[in-house]
Design a protein around this ligand. Structure first.
Ligand code: AMP
Ligand code: MG
Length: 393
């Protein structure tokens, strides 16, 4: 199958027809989920003219007078007394402004006279009133669908009385690792074996998107075993990710097994380094990614292709955080036929510096990296001082 550009692959993946399933949940459980409906406020905010400071509610035209205190209004109490000429009410932050009053003079700008009257000593011109409906009018759409719900949205839902919220369902994502050399992390690797790091890295990456990662274990380099595991995973999930076994080695069964499971393979070679054997296919509205076995490659291709796709399934148009800064040192390479991905840090003086990186098996390079930069096809050298775009990982 022909090698295609990353941009083309991204377009294919993101252009796939997906179905966003939804569910109603308690708003208190919705942080980190994707909103799937409009949230409309059932009230004005503030719901009444409200004191925004502690002080005295009075009339702007009476500020020269010594004012008689006619009432004390704590937050939550309806103000019974109207303010007339020469009068004021002591008022607390959050309390409703009494009728007749049009300003709050803060406590710090007043003095209580021996007579019990209040004299205004300061000359602040602030009104210190938050007016009814100045933030939100009843019926306003306060949150729009497709939004990643954050704690600050929970406050908006709470204020709007929106206690049951429609969100996208968490896609079920199967994770399989392929390779007869793999043992689980809690096992001691025998000679010629290595621990399976990809599955748990991928589970954590899937979890970070809000998907429900499900681990299906290690498929040995055996066609039948790999077939059965892939088939089961596809039938039980929205998306299946298998790492390893997608190259062109003698024991790389995954593409053949995918075909046997009915998967229509759309691409299987990308002009990207690392990540060349990345494979994508579809079967009956389900999706399958074959990621390379090396843990750095599988990490990066998940970030670049799978993560945005999972968000798309949830109806979220995610954009990774990118920071544009100058490169601290020259970066060069011999071949430029593929887009290169390099892990980098941002130095204290805000320059971008590649981390020590020995290639796609070097898992200990990634924890130090802040992000990755992309060197486009056809570019052999990026010079010190050139602005590069760092994608946070
Ligand atoms: P493969 O894509 O199967 O040819 O694997 C490429 C390299 O990645 C080999 O050195 C594998 O041992 C290694 N590898 C494959 N799967 C995993 C995994 N789940 N965890 C760690 N390393 C892996
Ligand atoms: Mg393998």
């Amino acid at each position: 199958m022909e090698m295609i550009s990353f941009e083309k692959a991204f377009g294919i993946v993101m252009g796939s027809e997906v179905i966003t399933k939804t569910e109603k949940i308690d708003f208190r459980d919705s942080s980190g989920r994707i909103l799937a409906e409009k949230v409309v406020s059932d009230t004005d905010m503030p719901p009444f003219d409200k004191a925004s400071m502690d002080g005295y509610a009075c009339r702007l035209q009476d500020l020269e007078l010594d004012l008689k205190i006619v009432d004390t209004i704590p937050a939550g109490k309806y103000p019974e007394k109207e303010i007339s000429r020469g009068e004021c009410s002591k008022i607390m932050t959050g309390a409703q402004i009494p009728p007749g009053a049009d300003c709050i003079i803060i406590v710090e700008d007043t003095e209580v006279l021996p007579s019990g009257k209040v004299r205004i000593t300061g000359n602040s011109s602030k009104q210190n009133i938050a007016f009814k409906g100045e933030d939100i009018i009843k019926g306003d759409v306060v949150l729009h669908p497709g939004k990643l719900i954050k704690p600050q949205d929970i406050a908006v839902m709470a204020s709007a009385g929106h206690t049951s919220v429609l969100v996208s369902r968490k896609p079920d994502v199967a994770i399989i690792s392929s390779g007869s050399e793999l043992v689980e992390p809690w096992e001691l690797p025998d000679i010629s074996k290595i621990r399976n790091s990809n599955s748990f890295q991928l589970m954590a990456q899937a979890g970070r998107t809000g998907a429900r990662g499900k681990y299906y274990g290690i498929a040995k380099d055996n066609e039948e075993e790999t077939f059965l595991l892939i088939k089961k995973a596809i039938s039980e999930n929205d998306l299946t990710i298998i790492s390893g076994g997608v190259s062109v080695g003698e024991f790389d069964f995954v593409p053949a097994v995918m075909k046997r499971a009915g998967v229509d393979i759309i691409f299987s070679r990308l002009a990207i380094k690392p990540g060349k054997p990345t494979t994508f296919g579809k079967v009956d509205g389900k999706f399958v990614f074959g990621l390379p076995g090396n843990p750095v490659s599988s990490f990066m291709l998940f970030e670049l292709l799978v993560r945005p796709f999972i968000y798309r399934i949830m109806g979220y148009d995610w954009k990774p955080l990118r920071i544009k800064l100058p490169l601290k040192e020259d970066v060069s390479r011999k071949y430029s036929d593929r887009m290169a991905l390099l892990p980098v840090i941002i130095t204290d003086d805000n320059e971008v510096k590649p981390v020590e990186y020995h290639g796609s098996a070097h898992i200990s390079a990634l924890p130090h990296a802040f992000g990755i930069i992309e060197i486009p096809v056809g570019i052999n050298r990026v010079k010190k001082g050139e602005i590069v775009s760092v994608r946070q990982i």
